[in-house]
Design a protein around this ligand. Sequence first.
Ligand code: FES
Ligand code: FES
Length: 946
Amino acid sequence: MQDEPTGAGLLSVSFTLNGAATTVTAPPFASVADTLRERLGQTGTKVGCEAGDCGACTIIVNGRQVCACLLPTARVADARIWTVEGDGPDGVTARLRTAFLARGAAQCGICTPGMLMAATDLMGRDARPSRAAIEEAIGGVLCRCTGYLKIIEAILDVAQGSGSPRAAVASAAIGSRLPRVDGWPKVAGTDVFAADAAPADALWMRIVRAPHAAARFCLGDLEAVRCATPGLSAILTHKDVPGENAFGIFPNLKDQPVLAPGVVRFRGEAVLALVGTRAALDRLSDAALPISWQEGPALSGLCAALAPGAPALHAQFPDNVLARGNLKSGDVDQVFQAAAVSAEGAFETAFVEHAYIEPEAGYAVPLGAGPDAIEIAASTQAPYMDREETARVLGIDPARVRIRPTACGGGFGGKLDVSVQPLLAVAAWVTKRAVRIVYSRTESMASTTKRHPAQIRARAAADAEGRLVGFRMQADFDTGAYASWGPTVANRVPVHGMGPYRVANVEILTRAVFTNRTPAGAFRGFGVPQAAIAHETLLDDLALRTGLDRWTIRYRNALARGDRTATGQCLAHSVGLRQCLEVLQPDWDAALARAAAHNQGTPRVRRGVGLASMWYGCGNTSLPNPSSMRITLARDGRLTFLNGAVDIGQGSSTVLLQIAATALGLPAQAFEMVVGDTALTADAGKTSASRQTFVSGNAARLAATALRSQILALANAGPDARLELAGSRLKIVDGDASRSVDLRSLPLLATPAGRGGEARSVDLPAAWAAAAPGDVVLEGIGTWDPPTTALDGNGQGIPYATYGFAAQMAEVEVDVCLGTTKVVAMVAAHDVGRIINPTLVEGQIHGGIAQGLGLALIEEFTPGRTENLHDYLIPTAGDMPSVKIYLIEEQEPAGPFGAKGVGEPALIATAPAILGAIRHATGVRATRVPVLPHRLWEALSEEGRA
Ligand code: FES
Ligand code: FES
């Protein structure tokens, strides 16, 4: 650490760390988390909030779990400390590690050290804890990925001394529970997340952000401040941006400044970048900077932004409408007039924060004297998009930018946009020094994208038998101050807005609208979860009006193979919604009976059951989204999978390896993995839109198949030949015939480009040649882009190559006196095409349900008020219901081995199912989420039910 206090400012503290005597010199009031990470290099202990809210920093001090972010270093003198890097008292942490890995309890892994420590603490007090005791023990550690259930299972495995039944699974075969290939570093605390590493001489950066939602500002004498602040290297303004001071997702919508040029459009917008030693930045408060603000009127939401005469946030959008989407088929007006029954409603959803436990962080290193090029290590879901944005901001060719994704501590769409990357690039470029940054929790929540708040009006009509005949929706989405993924939301919702049902007459209009609020972007579903609340509520209405059971009306209308969607697309394959509904029908009937029995006598706590269906197109909407993969075989037998798809915790590295290993015919253990680095891998597209299994899975399959073909050709072997690789000897066994190839005897591949049919269509990074081992003798390259067509003016066409389908059922208990809702059970049936890895699919569904539960009942982000994990609540272990999963394999011929995506489908049906259950329990038709207790209580009171 640079510029640290000296003499009396530091304290020498001794303690036992993971069984070893340790002495460290640190400021006495520095947190133990900071001392462990920055002074002892023990970065296994994570920091997610620095406020005692997330539990990521949980360690054990003198036998009890504590938050290391709240504990001053001076307080641990002579203490016994255990962290994730140790095996724990009596080796219990080591046993938990193995169980976590085997159960799939670590997804992104950022919470895993804290979870392991909380569990270690519990087992030190109670060797045979109950499930309730486990929930309580880990209750202070937040996980945004897993839904906690596999974590609890893993702890139970150790508690019950059963070991893990799946620990021995090592097969990579399609359908096997191969433990995640990047899992061990996550459970060992050695995975390197964005805040865990930086060059030793890196400067630190802090961003000064707007305190107002709409304002102009003037800057005073910044140079005087810099000169008066020892250790401060630079105060950067928009004038320091070497290239274009703008970034954004779409080529024609680069509307967000890296540093605001005198005007800000949301609270939290970046204004200045302070670069210097950490101590200098700590000493310099924002209030000491010469910024004079002129606050203006802010457009605080959709109504204000759409009001006649509202000022325009951006001159090129005078009505504040960023983007419109539409779909029109048939004649909705006519069928509404003739329909037997209809239902309509107005629905409202809130901002939802991604709340990944890892705040944004990273570092940039300038290369060359100019500098000439730059490397950025950061947490991201889209390295190639980061590369483009960084290059534009610096005004250099993208080939001079290398993005090296770190382990990603959760994304959920929030790390599809750049955050730290352009700021780091500018700072490193200008100062010619390595620069690092770690966002605080508040900064992360105030400045990064959210789920779009929505206002939706919808109407559905059916015939007397409950068959949908018409559907209309008008949906407005608050996209905040800058475009981000607003156009994507506006275009995806029309396709999905009527739900996964056969309905011939549809009219859906959407708008993404600028306001002076935090930019809204991508968040698991791109607007579809909001729309699902509307269409599922209306389906329940129609069930009531037609006297049909809610299951029956869904089954009767469910899309099936051979049906046409409202965009005119014929669904020729893999439409498993009916199977999903069929498989959970016994649970539905049983739950209804349980609720009826429970509610006899009108108890205060009433039970209800809800059901919802969903569908979701895998990949971009009517846009190309290709992925390219490469597998090389070197003369010494090294088999390398160069995979540009960033694994954000969902398990794509494992799934793609299973696909590649199966297609090639060699064991997963034979592969070395290179993931995500833009200098080493080709563009696999962003990790979003439930596309990596489907799209990159196909690219991996093609790459492996191409390599296998070349190998078989060496022996003139048939397609069923078996391969064995031992060192440089490759054995090809074809029936009774066998040929052994010495890879050292094969000619080296001169260049990576232009070989093989697939390679010709691939934009190969120039760095491949340098990065690929110079001794490659065989390689396979695969590129795949899902077949879609553009949508016409009425939204007609083929927007997606395939869709995921699901039905979920919720059982809730509602205290009608308090308005509180407890989800006690979820049953989820998902058509995933083909299961590549059941553990990972289950993990996605658990995590999706947890986020859907938060959307329905808990989560509401308010700019300026809930910018921390104390005021913004997400589900904890104690909030999770039991979850029963049915996986339907309605194979998709276009998918790799028949597989489709499940990341977003896992979430979409959860909130409407919960809302349906609340209505069943109480009669309250909730149309605004989250259904906070006071809102439900008010609704109950209005209806005289409280
Ligand atoms: S970092 Fe300590 S509780 Fe969040
Ligand atoms: S695995 Fe828990 S936060 Fe990602």
